[in-house]
Design a protein around this ligand. Structure first.
Ligand SMILES: Nc1nc2c(ncn2[C@@H]2O[C@H](COP(=O)(O)OP(=O)(O)OP(=O)(O)O)[C@@H](O)[C@H]2O)c(=O)[nH]1
Ligand SMILES: [Mg+2]
Length: 299
């Protein structure tokens, strides 16, 4: 039998740089929620890809930020735990932005035990490529990275170079997941994340961060034409009565929009017809209540 290898890769960086987008692009499935709002990812999300002898286990983490409530404290702890347990780290930065405090903190936490690959994402946003060169030189002063790779997830540019760099650091060892696995997230967690992602993408500013989603009931049946259909009942929790009104929208229009987007996303991923029912509930200040954070699986 051929020798197998594995590569445990933690994806880290500040919020909104494209970590979850990169995870989805590398494994070829949209398992992680992506949005234009910072702090989209709340817990670590594992994506698995097996290609020939190598099994890659990617761990997407929340963006590094200053903790403002108990939920963010858990998020920040997830980042440091994941980085310290990993052999390979992809540090993602927004190539168009200068080095931030969060990036200095992250770089200060590397121990030289792990291999760190710096990925400068969003190079599609440069009209003047000479700016990229000065960025490369600035970032190389931040840490002695094993590799520095400019990419654009959006334009699928440079992702092969990222994979090649990881291959160099893959270690001989077993495949810990069956070769057809793409994630270790339970189905219900993926479903809840897809609904939360739709809410994030449809609602403006303040409200989305105070949202949590639970899946309360799942059932498969055949519809009248004998086609399989998945019934999903979910609850969207928010922090204030006034937020509830906004999420529901005029005559229920916003909730219908969020539900329709989520349903399309769910049908695409699970490849089955979906009937989605969402309820809205208020849980005042849940992001500061340990019991509720735990209840939502975010601890
Ligand atoms: N222009 C451009 N935008 C990108 C690229 N990659 C990701 N984005 C966008 O950047 C935004 C943030 O992407 P995410 O993948 O959610 O970022 P993240 O780092 O996981 O963010 P958090 O989970 O909040 O830490 C989204 O609007 C993406 O569509 C890229 O290569 N170019
Ligand atoms: Mg993310």
């Amino acid at each position: 039998m051929n020798k197998t290898k594995n590569a445990f890769v933690t994806i880290t960086g500040r919020p909104n740089v494209g970590k979850s987008s990169l995870l989805n692009a590398l494994i070829g499935e949209k398992i992680a929620a992506v949005s234009a709002k910072p702090q989209t990812t709340r817990t670590k999300i594992t994506g698995v890809l097996t290609r020939g002898e190598i099994q890659y286990v990617f761990i997407d983490t929340p963006g590094m930020h200053k903790a403002k409530n108990k939920l963010s404290e858990h998020m920040v702890k997830t980042i440091s735990d994941s980085v310290s347990e990993s052999e390979i780290v992809l540090m993602i930065v927004d190539a168009t932005k200068s080095i931030s405090e969060a990036e200095k903190i992250l770089a200060g936490g590397f121990s030289r035990r792990e291999h760190v690959i710096l990925v400068l994402n969003k190079i599609d946003l440069f009209d003047d490529k000479s700016k990229l060169i000065s960025q490369l030189s600035d970032y190389s002063k931040l840490y002695d990275f094993d590799e520095v790779i400019p990419i654009s997830v959006l334009e699928n540019d440079g992702l092969d170079l990222v994979m090649k760099a990881i291959d160099n650091f893959a270690a001989e060892g077993p495949h810990y997941f069956p070769d057809d696995t793409i994630t270790d997230q339970p189905e219900k967690v993926i479903m809840a994340e897809m609904i939360r992602e739709s809410a994030l993408n449809n609602l403006s500013e303040e409200i989305p961060h105070g949202i949590a989603v639970t899946i309360d009931r799942l059932g498969e049946r055949d519809d009248r034409n004998g086609e399989a259909i998945l019934d999903i009942e979910a609850t969207v929790f928010c922090e204030k009565e006034s937020h509830k009104g906004i999420i529901i929208g005029k005559g229920g229009s916003m909730l219908r929009k969020i539900g329709a987007d989520a349903r399309a996303r769910l049908e695409d991923f699970f490849r089955i017809k979906v009937n989605l029912q969402c309820w809205i509930k208020v849980k005042e200040g849940w992001r500061n209540k340990e019991a509720l954070i735990k209840n939502f699986g975010l601890d």
